[in-house]
Design a protein around this ligand. Structure first.
Ligand code: SF4
Ligand code: SF4
Length: 339
């Protein structure tokens, strides 16, 4: 019965050309929630600095602390003790990793706020220049390796070289307790170098699609590596394909979809622009017998991701255990703490 209902829903959605609308809606919703949470966090910090009204700390802000989450993971693996300082950050990190094992880099194009911002800037750039800039292959390959080198650095420094006791001590250090406050200060009081680098990244993102995700993001690199084991790949039915190249033209990852029988590149972010723009229905998600629709892919990915967060919340692994008193002592002195 369940199988029959699923097959009918999937069949109904398969021909739908609304996967991009759904994807953009999910992206916009997440960005809106995070902007709101960022504002709440600003008010929370202001309470301890300027005596303004108290606003509770939004745990989702820890989504922007991936290195702290990696150290939390190391500490958890080594000591068996789950991170109580930034528990939501670790839950979000684990949810992203779990999503990658099924949906590869789907997180990057459906759920990541930075991915959404990159895509938005790329869209503006395309309107300005009328086309997307192609980085010469000779330069593209070494540039793409940067994100893997950054990832390798953090994996070696945290998962390999750092001892469990050091990781545990870091998690409970005053620095880590206010690392989110320091991050807020980094953005609201930016130095000259921060402004310069941000401007360069924005300009690069305007003219090179997904510049940050493609070349620099270690998070995306990690999801790409985990995603190797994902069973879901895009396949092209050569007998239906008319070699019109529309799929390759819309691909934000510059993948030559039209010349591949199966897209197995780690750069594929599972946006499904290729599938939605194929006029011959020659592309589908493998290995689903029923040709899993991009819309159901997005729904399953989103449900899986937020289910992990819901489990973390229900099981008491969401709210930080740092007390009001500790924050009142640490936040006014946040600038003094270094790691
Ligand atoms: S191959 Fe298709 S799904 Fe993958 S990034 Fe390119 S357009 Fe998106
Ligand atoms: S858009 Fe479809 S028909 Fe055109 S080249 Fe790509 S797979 Fe073939």
């Amino acid at each position: 019965m369940y199988d029959l209902v699923y097959k009918h829903i999937n069949k109904y959605l398969y021909g739908s050309k609304n996967s991009q609308k759904l994807r953009n809606t999910i992206q916009l919703t997440i960005v809106t929630i995070l902007v709101y949470e960022g504002w709440q966090f600003y008010l929370f910090v202001s309470h301890f600095r300027d005596g303004t009204a108290y606003v509770s700390r939004p745990p989702a802000i820890e989504a922007f602390l991936p290195i702290s989450a990696l150290v939390g993971l190391k500490s958890w693996i080594s000591t068996g003790l789950y991170d109580t300082v930034h528990p939501a950050g670790l839950a979000i990190f684990l949810a992203a990793l779990l999503s990658a094992s099924f949906f590869a880099r789907g997180f990057c194009s459906w759920l990541c706020p930075i991915g959404a911002l990159s895509e938005f800037l790329g869209g503006i750039g395309k309107k300005i220049s009328g086309k997307k800039l192609l980085v010469p292959q000779l330069l593209d390959y070494p540039l793409r390796s940067i994100k893997y080198l950054i990832l390798a650095f953090f994996i070696k420094a945290v998962l390999i070289d750092m001892s469990g006791t050091t990781a545990y001590a870091f998690i409970n250090s005053p620095y880590n307790k206010v690392v989110d406050v320091k991050m807020l200060d980094f953005w609201i009081q930016p130095g000259t170098l921060t402004i310069l680098v941000t401007c360069l990244l924005v300009i690069a993102s305007l003219f090179i699609h997904n510049f940050w995700c493609r070349y620099l993001c270690p998070y995306g690199a990690l999801l790409g590596v985990v995603g190797i084991f994902s069973p879901l790949k895009i396949v092209r039915e050569s007998e239906k394909c008319t070699s019109c190249s529309k799929c390759s033209k819309v691909c934000p990852s510059y993948i030559k979809v039209e010349s591949q029988s199966k897209v197995s590149s780690q750069e594929c972010i599972k946006c499904f622009k290729c599938i939605e723009n194929c006029p011959s229905n020659a592309l589908h998600i493998w290995p689903s017998q029923e040709k899993l629709s991009p819309i159901l892919f997005g729904i399953f990915l989103t449900v899986l991701f937020f289910s992990v967060l819901a489990i973390a919340k229900i099981s008491g692994h969401w709210y930080s255990e740092v007390s009001y008193y500790e924050y009142s002592q640490l936040i006014p002195k946040a600038h003094l703490f270094t790691h």
